[in-house]
Design a protein around this ligand. Structure first.
Ligand code: PXG
Length: 462
C-alpha cells in the first residue's frame, strides 16, 4: 500500500503542518498553502498524492542522476541490509562496500586523486574540508594559513562551517555567520554582473578578485579557495571559459589549496565525471554527495588528492574527525549500484555527446521568448533568466523574486518541476532523460513562459 491510500491528502497535509518542520521553509506560509505530497517516482516522472504527474526537472534536488525507481539500487540496498546493514569504520574496522566504493572513486577520478573520506552529506563534506585543510597547513608548519576564500552567492551546505563558506546572506543573518576566518569574493556571474565586459574579460576579472583578496589578506594567512564548478543553488551560474584556468594559476602562484565543490556537478551532470574535469582544472579536494548515490540514500565524501594525502596521512597523526555514518555499508552499496548504472548506460558520455547537446539546442531557443533575457545550459544543468524588457535583457523586475515564484508555481501547475532563484528558472533533470522527454520538458517550459507572461500582464507587472 502506498502512503496515498493509507492517508488521504488532506489528513497528511494537516499532520505535516502540525509536526513536520521542513528545511528552508517559511513555516507559516506553508501551513496556509499546505504541502505537495509526493508518493511515487519512476524514471523522470513523479506522482503526488492527488495522482498528478510531474516531469522532475530538478532530479529530486540536483541528485537523482539515474532517475527514480531503479530496482538495481533498491535490490543492492536490500541485499546489503540483509547481510550487514550497518557497521562503523572507526577503531581499525572497515566494510566491503565502503572499500569497493573508495576504489571505484579512485578509478573514475583523475590520476592525482586516490583517496576519499566518507560522510553523510554535502554539508558534512564541507565541514570535513574546513578541518582537513587547516590540519594540512598546521602539519606543514604553517598554522597561520587559516582563511578560506569563498564566493558571494555560493552554496556549500547548511551546517555552521558549510553555511559560513557559502555566500548566502539570508543564511548568514541567522546564527551570526559566517564564523571567523572566511571571506567572500565576487562570483563569475556574467549575465548579472558582467557590465560592459565580454564574458572572457569578465572571467579573468572575477578570477583576479581571488588574487586581490589573497594580497589583501596576505598569502601567509590564506588556506584555500572553495567554489562550485557551476554555482547551482545560486542560480546555475556557468562561469566564462577563462575563469577556472586563471583560478588554478592563482592558487598555484600563491600556495593555497583549491577546493572544488562537486556536490551538484559530480557524477556526470556537466558531461564529465566531475565538474573539475569539464573545466580542465586539477582540484586539491573535492566534496561530493547527491549524485554519488543519486539520492537513494544519504552519503557524501571528500575526494582527497595525493598532494593533500601525502601530508595528512604521511605526516599526520590521528585526524580527530569522523561520523557515525562515515562509510555506511548500505549507503556505499547504493552508491556502487548507482555508479554501475551510470557506467553501464554510459550516462556521462550521453550528457556530453547526446542528451546534453540535444536539450541545449532546444533550451537555447527559449531565449527568443519575450520574457527571457538569457537561456543557458552546460551538460544537463541550465537556467532561464527572466527579464521585464527584452531589448534591455538584464533589466530586473522591481520586487526581486516575485516573478520567479509566479513562474515556478505555474511550472508545477503545468507538470514540470523547475526551481526559481531570484527571477530565474533553473533546471537539472535526471541524466536518463530521453529525447522525447526532453521535447516534453521544453514544451512545458515554453508553456510556463507563456502563462507567466500572461499572468504578469494581468497583474500589471510588465
Ligand atoms: N555543496 C553544494 C554545491 C550543494 O549544492 C551542498 C554542498 C550541501 O549538501 P547537503 O547534502 O548537505 O544538502 C549542496 C546542497 C537548492 C538546494 O534549493 C541545493 C542544495 C541543498 C538544498 C537545496 O538549490 N545543495
Amino acid at each position: 500500500m502506498t502512503a496515498s491510500n493509507v492517508y488521504p491528502t488532506a489528513d497528511l497535509r494537516a499532520l505535516d503542518t502540525a509536526h513536520y518542520m521542513h528545511p528552508f521553509t517559511d513555516f507559516k506560509g506553508l501551513a496556509k498553502e499546505g504541502s505537495r505530497i509526493m508518493v511515487k517516482g519512476e524514471g523522470v516522472w513523479l506522482t503526488d498524492s492527488d495522482g498528478k504527474r510531474y516531469l522532475d526537472g530538478m532530479a529530486g534536488l540536483w541528485c537523482t542522476n539515474v532517475g527514480h525507481g531503479r530496482r538495481e539500487i533498491t535490490r543492492a540496498v536490500a541485499e546489503q541490509m540483509d547481510e550487514l546493514a550497518y557497521y562503523n569504520s572507526f577503531f581499525k574496522t572497515s566494510n566491503a562496500p565502503a572499500i569497493r566504493l573508495a576504489e571505484k572513486l579512485a578509478e573514475i577520478t583523475p590520476d592525482h586523486v586516490n583517496r576519499v573520506f566518507f560522510c553523510g552529506s554535502g554539508s558534512e563534506a564541507n565541514d570535513t574540508v574546513f578541518r582537513m585543510v587547516r590540519y594540512y597547513w598546521s602539519l606543514l608548519g604553517k598554522p597561520s594559513k587559516k582563511v578560506f576564500i569563498s564566493r558571494k552567492n555560493g552554496y556549500h551546505g547548511s551546517t555552521v562551517a558549510a553555511a559560513s563558506l557559502g555566500g548566502m546572506t539570508p543564511m548568514h543573518g541567522q546564527g551570526d555567520l559566517p564564523i571567523p576566518g572566511i571571506t567572500h569574493i565576487a562570483q563569475p556571474y556574467w549575465y548579472g554582473e558582467g557590465g560592459d565586459m565580454s564574458p572572457d574579460e569578465f572571467g579573468i576579472w572575477a578570477a583576479r578578485e581571488l588574487e586581490r583578496e589573497i594580497e589583501r589578506l596576505g598569502e601567509a594567512n590564506v588556506a584555500a579557495f572553495i567554489a562550485e564548478p557551476i554555482q547551482g543553488a545560486g542560480g546555475v551560474i556557468i562561469p566564462p571559459d577563462t575563469y577556472w584556468p586563471e583560478i588554478r594559476r592563482i592558487c598555484d602562484a600563491h600556495e593555497i589549496l583549491l577546493v572544488v565543490d562537486e556536490v551538484i556537478c559530480g557524477f556526470g551532470r556537466t558531461g564529465s565525471w566531475f565538474g573539475a574535469d569539464t573545466y580542465g582544472v586539477k582540484a586539491d579536494l573535492q566534496p561530493i554527495a547527491k549524485g554519488l548515490t543519486s539520492g537513494y540514500l544519504p552519503m557524501g565524501g571528500v575526494l582527497v588528492s595525493d598532494k593533500v594525502a601525502a601530508v595528512v596521512i604521511d605526516q599526520g597523526e590521528e585526524f580527530f574527525h569522523g561520523y557515525t555514518y562515515s562509510g555506511h555499508p548500505t549507503c556505499a552499496a547504493a552508491a556502487l549500484a548507482n555508479l554501475a548504472i551510470i557506467e553501464k548506460e554510459g550516462l556521462v558520455a550521453r550528457v556530453r555527446d547526446d542528451i546534453g547537446p540535444y536539450l541545449k539546442e532546444r533550451w537555447s531557443k527559449l531565449g527568443d521568448h519575450p520574457l527571457v533575457g538569457e537561456a543557458r545550459m552546460k551538460g544537463l544543468v541550465g537556467a532561464l533568466e527572466l527579464t521585464p524588457s527584452k531589448p534591455a535583457r538584464r533589466e530586473k523586475f522591481a520586487d526581486e523574486g516575485k516573478v520567479g515564484t509566479i513562474a515556478r508555481d505555474l511550472s508545477f501547475k503545468n507538470g514540470l518541476i523547475m526551481r526559481a532563484v531570484r527571477d530565474s528558472l533553473i533546471l537539472s533533470p535526471p541524466l536518463t532523460l530521453t529525447h522525447e522527454e526532453a521535447d516534453e520538458l521544453v514544451r512545458l517550459a515554453a508553456k510556463t513562459l507563456d502563462d507567466t507572461h500572461a499572468a504578469l500582464k494581468r497583474e500589471g507587472l510588465i
